[in-house]
Design a protein around this ligand. Structure first.
Ligand SMILES: Nc1ncnc2c1ncn2[C@@H]1O[C@H](COP(=O)(O)OP(=O)(O)OP(=O)(O)O)[C@@H](O)[C@H]1O
Length: 690
């Protein structure tokens, strides 16, 4: 790696100085681009009040996107090609040397100074190798300290004499203390990650990856890439990132804006299906049945249960004449609609037109010549409306599910041959509420309402959905997510070993089937960027018990002494508080992870010890670096140092041992630099001797 030279006389020939000069001129060019946008006079271009509003919002966004963030370097790499790059690949830049950064910057002549990392010409920065240099002569990575360009590192990919070395800059990036929200990894995306990031938008990809292999990071960069490559289409159809809870969403919410993407929605599955207010909880047995894909069939039958076949004819009076559609003909129309693969609501809208059409045919036979307006009028006729009301009644999804979960006879009718008697009992509410409004809806119930709502009216599909921590979803939740990308694509991210719900998925092909994307590719990431080697090896001892088919992750870092496991003989709470104090002596964030039931104990002890702490939903800052994390909320998060209290209590906090060990696996894999495990009770046998 090269460091700055201090010899002023050499400055002109100093390559580092030349790079710094390019940085300053790129910054100036970016400033000019921003000033250009800011100085746009809307009065010249905006016709109406509305278009002025839309335009000014777009301008505001553009100005935000063009901000020069002090601590995010404008470019982080450079590619020197052996030959000039063709225009198509270079996207307007036809040269041999390109600076790669977060966004495109051009000078006053429109010549590019920095190329967006997502442009085709940037791709070799992530993919080129000695084996396949992709016409790259030199790849240069830049190192920054506090916004200053201070170092660079070169690889001459076409030089057979040079051998592979590990990138010191990548190592430094990974070691950088974790304070604040999650950061982007745009400067150091690895080849196997880049393949996922840039995979084609039309297909769904599923990524199985051990803790810290970059699944979340890859998913977020993939959205940013897709928005670049298919901006128009995705801006119209929309993109969404789904995470497990709001602490997690809060942790990741800055990554996309830092990459210049401000328009990506983020939500939990629960927020997606918020048709009812969730006030109740389910026991595991009941949640398991409610989350089972068979419930879709039960709901389909429930929605259709109100359909009646007419016993009377429909008689339409027009002027002096009466037109009669006999009951058997009405039955034929209704049965044909029921057999068709259309939504209940769409069929209900079609029914009056179908009856009217039957009337029209009779009119024609009777010598009249009715036109479309007559058909519409007949469809609105009271007699036709009465048939529709009687035979195809409106369905309110909330009321329907309320009835299904309250009325054993109705449930039995809809679940006959689908759910056993025991399963039906598990689904029924113990104390049914009188109305849908006062019911103690659970999270699983809300998903049932969503399914029913979709049976009545099609849920609009987005262009692309990223589903993180997917292993925890029930089949019914997969269906809820699947209908939100039914005509789009998805990126499904997860780790079977971290599944901690009673319905956690056992296999990706099965999950993808429920999602409605059975043809999706399953990729595996095994190189870990978070957890040091010693720690991941320790945690991986649990794998044979929690996910026997999975290979342990490797780690890009071998940090000696990153793991301490200590049996406490005195006061365990005091020992944990002391361990936090020790961890806080080092730079970066510290997470104290404990079984949920022990959190109040530590909240009190930390307060008494004068150690301020945060909830997992709150961002760490240089002043507040300690977070008290209930084990149930640790998923997806990371801290420089982790103090893990009493593994046995973490395991015991779950309903069965395998889920408990999985929860423990999650807790053991949150540390970047050091993990201290403190226990008074015996450790689970897999971790017992070191
Ligand atoms: N190519 C990379 N360069 C630098 N840092 C990386 C890279 N890939 C991942 N990381 C970092 O590794 C850490 C773990 O990444 P991430 O949270 O995306 O992993 P994950 O697979 O989602 O983990 P988990 O299964 O625990 O949720 C993050 O700090 C992320 O920024």
């Amino acid at each position: 790696m090269h460091s700055p030279t201090t010899d002023a006389a050499d400055a002109a020939f100093d390559p580092l100085q030349r790079e710094r000069d390019h940085l300053s001129s790129s910054r100036a060019a970016l400033r000019a681009m921003r000033e250009d946008v800011e100085s746009l006079d809307l009065r010249d271009v905006a016709g109406t009040w509305v278009s002025a509003k839309v335009l000014s919002r777009q301008i505001e966004q553009r100005v935000t996107a063009l901000a020069d963030l002090a601590h995010t370097p404008l470019f982080f790499g450079r590619l020197d090609y052996l030959h000039a790059v063709g225009e198509e690949l270079a996207e307007g830049a036809s040269g041999e040397r390109f600076y790669i950064g977060r966004r495109h910057v051009h000078d006053s002549d429109g010549d590019p100074m920095v190329i967006d990392w997502r442009a085709p010409v940037s791709q070799p920065f992530y993919r080129a190798s000695r084996k396949e240099p992709m016409d790259v002569e030199r790849r240069r990575r830049f190192g920054y300290t506090g916004g200053e360009l201070t170092a660079y590192e070169d690889e001459h990919l076409s030089d057979p004499a040079e051998s592979d070395t590990r990138s010191a800059l990548l190592a430094a990036e990974i070691e950088r203390p974790r304070v604040g929200p999650m950061r982007d990894i745009v400067a150091t995306i690895q080849p196997e990650q880049d393949e996922i990031v840039r995979a084609d938008v039309s297909g769904t990809i599923c990524v199985q990856g051990a803790p810290g292999t970059g699944k979340t990071a890859v998913g977020l960069h993939r959205v940013a890439y897709l928005l670049y490559a298919h901006r128009e289409r995705l801006a119209r159809t929309g993109t969404l990132v789904i995470g497990p809870n709001s602490s997690f969403l809060h942790y990741i919410e800055q990554v996309l804006p830092a990459l210049g993407e401000l328009d990506v929605a983020q939500a939990t599955v629960q927020q997606l299906v918020a048709h009812v207010e969730v006030r109740g909880t389910d026991g595991a047995a009941s949640a398991l049945v409610k989350g089972d894909a068979r419930m879709a069939e039960v709901l389909r039958r429930a929605v259709q249960a109100g359909i009646r076949l007419p016993e009377e004819p429909c008689v339409v009076v027009r002027g002096a004449r009466r037109w009669r559609v006999p009951a058997h003909e009405l039955t034929g129309i209704i049965e044909e609609l029921r057999a068709r693969d259309i939504r209940y609501g769409a069929a209900r809208e079609a029914l009056p037109q179908r009856i009217a059409h039957a009337v029209l045919v009779k009119m024609e036979h009777g010598g009249e010549a009715p036109d479309d307006r007559v058909q519409d009028a007949v469809a609105r006729n009271a007699a036709v409306k009465a048939v529709v009301k009687e035979c195809w009644p409106p369905v309110d999804p909330v009321k329907l599910v309320h009835r299904l979960l309250s009325d054993p006879v109705f449930l039995a009718e809809c679940a006959d041959g689908v759910l056993t008697a025991d399963e039906q009992r598990a689904v029924l509410w113990e104390k049914p509420a009188r109305s849908a409004r006062t019911a103690a809806w659970s999270a699983a119930d809300a998903v049932l309402v969503d399914e029913a709502a979709d049976l009545v009216q099609r849920t609009p599909s987005l262009g692309h959905v990223v589903l993180d921590e997917a292993q925890d979803l029930s089949p019914m939740q997969y269906r809820a997510v699947g209908r939100r990308c039914s005509t789009g694509s998805a990126t499904v991210l997860g780790d079977l070993a971290q599944g901690t719900t009673p319905w956690a998925t056992g296999s990706w092909p099965e999950a993808l089937q429920h999602l409605g994307k059975p043809a999706a590719h399953v990729e595996e990431l095994t190189q870990g960027f978070r957890v040091p080697e010693e720690v991941i090896a320790y945690a991986s001892r649990l794998l044979p018990s929690i996910a026997p088919g999975l290979a342990p992750a490797t780690s890009v870092r071998d940090a000696p002494d990153s793991l301490t496991v200590r049996q406490v003989t005195g006061d365990p709470v005091a020992a944990v508080v002391e361990a936090c104090r020790t961890a806080l002596a080092a730079e970066g964030s510290t997470g104290l992870i404990a079984a949920d039931a022990r959190i109040p104990l530590f909240a009190a002890a930390l307060a008494e010890a004068g150690l301020p702490f945060l909830d997992p939903g709150t961002e760490t800052t240089a002043e507040a670096r300690l977070t008290l994390v209930p084990a149930s909320l640790a998923k997806g998060l990371e801290y420089d140092y982790v103090v893990l209290d009493e593994p046995a209590a973490v395991v015991a906090g779950e309903s069965d041992e395998r889920t408990g060990l999985r929860r423990l696996y999650v807790a053991l894999t949150r540390a970047v630099s050091g993990l201290q495990v403190l226990h008074a009770e015996p450790l689970p046998e897999q971790l017992a001797d070191r």
